[in-house]
Design a protein around this ligand. Structure first.
Ligand SMILES: Nc1nc2c(ncn2[C@@H]2O[C@H](COP(=O)(O)OP(=O)(O)OP(=O)(O)O)[C@@H](O)[C@H]2O)c(=O)[nH]1
Ligand SMILES: [Mg+2]
Length: 312
């Protein structure tokens, strides 16, 4: 591990807290985090309350977004600022007190031991303070979709309590502005070949959820599906396309078989078969189109990257 800005050989550890109107909690989160890290940064994501002033007086360095951009954008800003500071490790936690800052040493430990590039604090490994049932169901659906799409298995894909090595801060290329950033990160982790481990964390759910869990879950899921369709079109469209086409052809054979035996055209089965075949062909078409776009974009990007390298 390369030493941070102090050049003392001791790793520079930065805690980063994306913050949107958390004046009730941010001061105590910063004070608690300060005990375990060298610097605390707070990204004021267009707060309209006193969060920024409270965070600064508690000892954090505050970076401001002029208007609210979302937790993903705030996380990106935090990662960029931590890189600029020369952080060897950045640990990201929420500003509403749901994460226990006293668990920071546990979350960064695998990176300090050189065993991981990214550490995810998992709410499902701790066994005690587990999320309420309705949240758990939503989180499981998002986790299953993200795991299938990214090919990396993480038990709690939506956790915001995470630590990143300097290498991860450099390599993770993120673009999602909202809560889907955690899933996007998992796609980026598997693309960059970073090593990820999970450690158990406790989460405190003392207050009601701020957003409608169904609407929130669906909006994150829809973004995860968009990410999946762009990165794995064959999985999202190709496999269902083949299944639909197979089902349609099977029904077609049945119609022929019935007609052969009874001279009756099973019109319902026939129409269902046609519908399935059409849907299958459309899905396969979408898969091929998206796959070609993906290949095209990748080759353009490679060309652009090589040209940039040659210029240096
Ligand atoms: N909601 C929200 N949070 C943001 C935003 N930008 C930064 N954050 C911070 O991101 C962290 C996580 O947001 P929360 O709203 O607590 O998300 P959550 O923990 O999944 O939801 P709750 O269980 O309802 O607290 C907090 O520290 C927020 O202050 C934003 O645009 N919207
Ligand atoms: Mg929260």
């Amino acid at each position: 591990m390369s030493p941070g800005e102090r050049g003392s050989g001791k790793p520079l550890i930065v805690a980063a807290i994306p913050c949107f109107n958390e004046e009730r909690f941010i001061g105590s989160v910063v004070l608690k985090a300060k005990k375990h890290v060298d610097r605390v940064i707070v990204v004021d994501d267009g707060c309209t309350d006193g969060s920024a002033e409270i965070a600064a007086s508690a000892g954090a360095t505050v970076f401001r977004h002029e208007c609210n951009q979302g937790v993903g954008a705030a996380t990106r800003t935090a990662m960029r600022k931590a890189r600029e500071m020369g952080a060897d490790i950045m640990v990201r936690l929420d500003g509403d007190g749901q994460h226990d800052a006293d668990e920071i040493p546990k979350v960064i430990a695998p990176i300090l031991r050189g065993e991981a590039d990214v550490v995810v604090g998992s709410r499902f490994l701790a066994g005690k303070e587990r999320p309420p049932l309705f949240r758990r169901i939503g989180q499981r659906v998002l986790t299953a979709t993200t795991n299938i799409g990214s090919g990396t298995r993480i038990r709690d894909s939506q956790s915001g309590f995470r630590a990143f090595s300097a290498k991860a801060l450099e390599k993770l290329d993120l673009g999602e502005d909202g809560f889907s950033v955690e899933s996007e990160m998992q796609f980026a982790i598997s693309r960059s070949g970073l090593k990820v481990v999970e450690v158990p964390i406790a989460v405190i759910y003392a207050e009601r959820a701020k957003r409608n869990p169904v609407g929130h879950g669906l909006s994150v899921l829809s973004r995860v599906l968009v990410l999946l369709s762009l990165r794995q079109p064959m999985v999202l469209f190709g496999v269902p396309g083949l299944l639909l086409l197979g089902g349609g052809l099977f029904l077609g054979m049945r119609v022929l078989d019935i007609y052969d035996r009874t001279s009756v055209l099973a019109i319902g089965t026939f129409l269902t078969g046609i519908l399935l075949c059409l849907m299958g062909v459309l899905a396969l078409f979408a898969a091929v189109m998206l796959q070609s776009m993906k290949e095209l974009l990748r080759s353009q990007w490679e060309r652009f990257r090589r040209a940039a390298e040659e210029e240096q």
